[in-house]
Write a protein that binds this ligand. Structure first.
Ligand SMILES: NC(=O)c1ccc[n+]([C@@H]2O[C@H](COP(=O)([O-])OP(=O)(O)OC[C@H]3O[C@@H](n4cnc5c(N)ncnc54)[C@H](O)[C@@H]3O)[C@@H](O)[C@H]2O)c1
Ligand SMILES: [Zn+2]
Length: 340
């Protein structure tokens, strides 16, 4: 599959784990984390490698500085390539590092979590968090290539798998009713033979959106934020970690479905459907932090997606469709948060 962007295109290549690291550019430097290094120990290439502790705390100014200094110390040049080998944290951080080291060097995404394969590795958004909110610093910086192997997902811990499935459910809910129905009829597991096809489908759906709105200017790309306006606030207020990204957006999708129903955009009953699907996948559907309505709203307001101070949400119009609703009144949001 080829993803088009304003400066060219990049391939998404599916490989067996044995050939995942074949034919990388000559001067390559690998950024990864300890879990991934352990899981892929038998296949790792003999290249200069920085292995970070796992976790969102790497996506900070400190983590970013550490990677830049490492590249300089090990002698990476303008002709070098950075290989971001890991989940969305490594992909976002590695991409942002690559976008600025020596004014930009090529990078290859090798996503190893389900979430990174179906979402973060495609679309060119890279960046880091500030204490004030997630992804507040970043760039649109497409990789030169995305390589993935569905094989590596088969050994993902159950919680990580469910975490990625939250984004898969999201694609079904906002864009693809048959995908949603298929997942609802029979849960996907890491061993499921359908997994590779589902990953491919999600990448196709994301590619359709990001090719049509690369820089998030027309509002189309913002539909991908279903569950994320509330989900990001949950992640921020719980301190990035206890609630994983996919878990936070599962909570966000359910709560935003309730908001959509309240605003007359989403048909009643959809929130119950989502709750049943997510609970069956081992995902949370609510969290005590939602009760803290004022803190939630002020955190959402700091999120860069809040246009001119009013909150914006991607809300379901039905299973398989959604639209961006801007200027949502705080009182409506507070009401669904308090009810949660
Ligand atoms: N750029 C984008 O468009 C975009 C989209 C969605 C999410 N994101 C970002 O992605 C991040 C979340 O991604 P994530 O959930 O992949 O987080 P992550 O990178 O922290 O990975 C989750 C956990 O899985 C482990 N892991 C990854 N691959 C593994 C493997 N094959 N075997 C065993 N363990 C493995 C990691 O070590 C980590 O502990 C967030 O920072 C979010 O903001 C970015
Ligand atoms: Zn997400």
């Amino acid at each position: 599959m080829l993803i088009q962007h304003s400066r060219g295109q990049y391939p998404v290549l599916e490989r067996g784990v044995d050939s995942l690291f074949k034919d990388l550019p000559a001067s390559s430097f690998v950024l990864t984390d300890q879990n991934v290094a352990r899981a892929l120990a038998d296949w790792l290439p003999t290249l200069p490698t920085l292995v970070l502790e796992p976790g969102e705390q790497n996506k900070t100014l400190e983590g970013y500085g550490r990677c830049l200094r490492w590249l300089a110390t090990v002698g990476a040049t303008r002709k070098s390539t950075l290989i971001a080998l890991g989940g969305g944290v490594i992909g976002d951080l590695g991409g942002f590092v690559a976008s600025t080291y020596m004014r930009g060097i090529p990078f290859v995404q090798i996503p190893t979590s389900l979430l990174a394969q179906v979402d973060s590795s495609v679309g060119g958004k890279v960046g880091i968090d500030l204490d004030d909110g997630k992804n507040l610093v970043g760039a649109f910086y497409p990789p030169s290539e995305v390589r993935l192997s569905p094989d590596v997902l088969r050994r993902l811990p159950a919680r990580q798998f469910a975490n990625g499935m939250a984004e898969v459910w999201k694609y079904g809910a906002i864009m693809d009713a048959p995908l949603f129905a298929e997942l609802a009829a029979s849960r996907l597991t890491p061993q499921d033979p359908r997994l590779a096809a589902v990953v491919r489908r999600c990448i196709e759906l994301k590619a359709q959106v990001v090719e049509a709105d690369e820089f998030e200017t027309t509002g189309l790309r913002a539909i991908l934020n279903f569950g994320h306006t509330i989900g990001h606030a949950v992640e921020t207020l719980t301190g990035y970690g206890p609630v994983m990204h996919g878990e936070a957006i599962a909570i966000g999708m359910v709560t935003e479905a309730k908001l959509g129903i309240r605003l007359g955009v989403t048909p009643p009953g959809i929130e119950k459907e989502l709750i049943a699907c997510f609970a069956g996948q081992g995902l949370p559907t609510t969290h005590p932090i939602l009760q803290n309505g004022d803190a939630m709203i002020s955190t959402m307001r700091k999120d860069k997606k809040a246009a001119s101070g009013r909150l914006a949400f991607s809300l379901l119009t039905h299973i398989g469709g959604c639209k961006l609703i801007q200027g949502v009144n705080d009182d409506e949001v507070r009401a669904v948060l308090i009810e949660a």
